[in-house]
Design a protein around this ligand. Structure first.
Ligand code: FES
Length: 176
């Protein structure tokens, strides 16, 4: 597909190539079906999808900006602004709450010295609350950078995880 650049050049050539591959999976009249994949590609490149990127994707897929925005805001795996290197989302939905995920959030707040929604001063960690990750049997659960699930997160496991991340021993944890 021929690249059509309109305004903001936020997405790289490489990202456009990846989006084109996603578009090819659908009939030409349905290229907007690649929107979730396109948002994920944008986030992988930038760490977030802001309004400019949202608009760029809408233009490229021939969609209304509001439609892209609705999809972006529906999925909490998408970041609307920059996060720390490690984004930690603790599930606080009912099954996890019944297994004390509130304490998991509290342990992490104490360990990191931040409130939910904040990033540590060194830019390493952002702490968030999330919706059910579909792993309720492992409650309480947290998701690291949208792609690595950590189960049964009691105080000891939170301490171990944070210490390993600080030492960058979990090197496979790249950005989402
Ligand atoms: S409620 Fe927490 S993973 Fe389902």
């Amino acid at each position: 597909m021929k690249k059509k650049l309109i305004h903001n050049k936020g997405l790289s050539e490489e990202s456009y190539k990846l989006i084109d591959k996603e578009i090819e999976k659908f009939p030409p009249a349905h290229k907007k079906s690649a929107v979730v994949a396109a948002l994920a590609i944008a986030q992988r490149e930038h760490g977030f999808v802001n309004q400019e990127l949202e608009r760029e994707i809408a233009d490229y897929l021939g969609m209304e900006e509001i439609s892209v925005h609705e999809i972006l805001t529906f999925y909490n795996m998408f970041n609307k602004e920059g996060t720390g290197k490690y984004k930690i989302s603790v599930c606080t939905n009912l099954p996890c709450a019944l297994r004390n995920s509130r304490y998991t959030v509290d342990f992490l707040k104490e360990l990191l010295g931040v409130e939910v929604g904040e990033t540590t001063k060194d830019g390493l960690f952002t702490l968030l609350e999330g919706e059910c990750f579909g792993a309720c049997a492992d409650a309480p659960v947290l998701l690291l950078n949208n792609d690595q699930m950590h189960s049964w997160m009691d105080k000891a496991k939170c301490e171990k995880l944070i210490s390993e991340l600080k030492e960058e021993r979990l090197v496979e944890n790249g950005r989402p």
